[in-house]
Design a protein around this ligand. Sequence first.
Ligand SMILES: C[S@@+](CC[C@H](N)C(=O)[O-])C[C@H]1O[C@@H](n2cnc3c(N)ncnc32)[C@H](O)[C@@H]1O
Length: 316
Amino acid sequence: MKEKGRYRGDIRSGTLVCENCGQEYPVAAGRPVLLRKNVLNEWTSPVSEAMGINDYRTIDQSIKELFSFGEKRAIELVHERDQVNAEVFESLKSIPRSVVGKMKYRESGKWIEAGNRRARLLSFPWKAGDNKDSFNIFMQRIASTKPDSILDIASGGGFAVSHQAFVNTKVKQILAVERDLKSLGNIQYRFKYIGSESRSEAVGGDVRNLPVRTEVIDTAMMLAALPEISGVTLMIREVFRVLKEGGAFVLLVPEDPVVPELRTDAEFGKFAAKADLYAGHEKFEYDSELQGFRVESSKRYEGRQGGKRRLISLKK
Ligand SMILES: C[S@@+](CC[C@H](N)C(=O)[O-])C[C@H]1O[C@@H](n2cnc3c(N)ncnc32)[C@H](O)[C@@H]1O
């Protein structure tokens, strides 16, 4: 580790060098960023990402664009994107200053304390005592696996992982992996807020290429991120790799794909399969079994506002 500065004993900025391959990775705002160059760090629609479109689109906009291309052209774009990606192995050497600024701002807590975000985003515990709430059941399910180590997949702002850190005081090590770097600041702030910082780390990483050694994790968890992943089967394979034998992968996911047209039996089903997008829980469970997981349970929950969610527990 080459180091440029110190802050209360933590490394704030510098470079991590892989002892095996010599690859260098930056440390920015106290967070290790173990990403390849071609992995974007800002939010992007998985539909656009699959077609190699890097400019910002909402999911709706990207679906409209997909329909305007038609399935055949969209699949060609996926192939072209795959070829480009296959040629990039370089790491992100440095992080733009503007991004580091956002990471620091969010880590300071100022972002989350602004407006009414605090009430929405920073209330622990979530709906205390509500045993029918699917999120609470999800939290209990993860804790019931009695893990020493937890890996949170695609952590976003860290809502789920910080709640697990809050309710599960027994877990010794918590790792949150997210590629939107500014969010790493949010996650780390939440860890600090609940006093879990010494056992919890937010790390910049790609869930399709996890920056984690093989067979070291007891339990992996994932909240609501599956429809945002372009490369779902790659992610499943990676989670399987890093879990110990007997390890658990617990997910709370939407019951349906982003739009019905992305179902495997629907108009754009072939595109969803080629682009490796979330196409409903049946396909996800089937793919997980192909990778070696056993589906322990899969149960649907009706949300109070009508949204349907599914809690899936996989076992290695
Ligand atoms: C809806 S958020 C997840 C919410 C989060 N689990 C929580 O508890 O707050 C989905 C996240 O997936 C991230 N994401 C999408 N593709 C990714 C990838 N390949 N690697 C890492 N993160 C990814 C996005 O950046 C986004 O922040």
